[in-house]
Design a protein around this ligand. Structure first.
Ligand code: PNS
Length: 164
């Protein structure tokens, strides 16, 4: 039986840290679904369709990215419902610090309790430890250069949508 993992997130926008975790997950599992999920706790910058578009472009333009990656979105029901629908038994989360572990732990236990879906944590390259979508949004909104933190598809998009 093939192993399928889901890498869920807001990806608003996708960062180099996200791509690093996706690449590592794709080297472990037969198939990886990168799932754009609406997080009601956050005010979104980009619509889900644009986040998916930028994710797909970033993956396609990265020659080091394995080919076993699917980009999808989920906006109705539980994350574990998506896992059940596609036959995924594992969620993969990127962890930058103990703060991420503390934030993720209740969700890990809830997803296991709801549907026996396990979660594994992957550590990205420490070079990305300070990179988050929320800081990228903030730096970009204040006119800063985010090209060291995001794939070039995202940097191009943020450049072209920057208010004059
Ligand atoms: O990139 P983010 O915003 O940290 O991603 C958070 C996300 C989307 C992974 C998280 O909000 C989530 O798991 N949402 C799914 C909602 C759900 O199923 N909740 C119940 C069980 S925890």
């Amino acid at each position: 039986m093939s192993s399928i993992a889901v890498v869920p997130g807001s990806f608003d926008p996708v960062t180099l840290g996200h791509l690093d975790v996706i690449r590592r997950a794709a080297a472990i599992f037969d198939q990886v679904h990168v799932l754009v999920v609406h997080n009601p706790g956050k005010t979104a910058m980009l619509p889900i369709s644009e986040r998916m578009n930028l994710l797909q472009k970033s993956i396609d333009e990265d020659s080091t990215m394995p080919k076993n990656i699917v980009v999808a979105s989920w906006s109705v029901g539980l994350l574990v419902d998506y896992c059940t629908e596609v036959g995924a038994g594992v969620l993969v989360k990127g962890i930058r610090s103990q703060i991420d572990v503390a934030y993720e732990t209740p969700m890990v236990l809830m997803n296991r309790s709801l549907a026996k879906v396990e979660t594994i944590f992957l550590l990205p390259d420490p070079a990305h430890a300070h990179v988050s979508s929320s800081l990228v949004r903030q730096v970009a909104a204040l006119g800063g250069d985010v090209s060291d933190y995001v794939p070039s598809a995202v940097a191009r998009y943020l450049d072209t949508t920057r208010p004059a």
